[in-house]
Design a protein around this ligand. Structure first.
Ligand SMILES: [Cu+2]
Length: 125
């Protein structure tokens, strides 16, 4: 009986270790999702906004196929803080003339993240 008991306790110990590792793993993932939560909350808040907003930013990339603009933009009051992000453009022609480093003023449909109009304030040097 002693042998069986020892075997059983070894199994229990291994099982406990496995569960502990699983728990640590789960915790690591929980930590990660917690860290991402604030960003998700911001995105959620943004998604609830609608209407047209104006912003100012620097062009950091122009997507050749679609004309989508990546802008390093200043705070857009009532919509989002300063950040770098990509926006769709209402028409490819809107960004055809733009290049990296141009400072632009733009109007934005907050619901679809689509730039409706864009004007160059200062050309890239
Ligand atoms: Cu943004």
């Amino acid at each position: 009986m002693g042998g069986t008991g020892k075997g059983a306790s070894l199994t229990t110990a291994l099982l406990a270790t496995a569960l502990w590792l699983q728990a640590m793993h789960a915790l690591a993932f929980a930590d990660r999702s917690l860290a991402e939560a604030p960003r998700g909350a911001v995105l959620l808040a943004q998604a609830q906004e609608s209407g047209t907003f104006r912003g100012v930013g620097i062009v950091t990339a122009v997507e050749p196929a679609t004309g989508a603009l990546t802008l390093d933009h200043e705070e857009i009051k009532g919509l989002m803080p300063a950040m770098e992000m990509m926006y769709n453009v209402k028409a490819r022609a809107l960004s055809a003339d733009l290049r990296k480093g141009d400072k632009v003023e733009f109007s934005l449909d907050a619901k679809s993240y689509t730039i409706l109009d864009v004007k160059v304030i200062e050309r890239a040097k």
